[in-house]
Design a protein around this ligand. Structure first.
Ligand code: SF4
Ligand code: SF4
Length: 65
């Protein structure tokens, strides 16, 4: 099981940070090609595969497998 974020699709809106009930995501220090600070699955081990983040991300940047 893994939670991956396509850094170059992410716009740093933080909707995933708010949406995840397990507090998996945080906005990190890395800046992508578009100049956005991107989300990081900092606590991917806490993921329960609910799928909410994939549905929430407006840019389809998150994949849970
Ligand atoms: S919801 Fe999507 S675009 Fe917004 S911070 Fe999370 S991964 Fe990035
Ligand atoms: S699938 Fe659910 S628990 Fe896992 S990171 Fe996404 S919102 Fe959080």
């Amino acid at each position: 099981m893994s939670v991956t974020i396509d850094k170059n699709l992410c716009k740093g809106c933080a909707l995933c940070v708010t949406a995840c009930s397990k507090n998996v995501f945080e906005i990190g220090t890395e800046v992508n090609q578009k100049g956005f600070s991107v989300s990081v699955a900092a606590r991917a081990g806490d993921c329960v595969q609910c799928g909410v983040c994939e549905k929430t991300c407006p840019d389809l940047a998150i994949r849970v497998e």
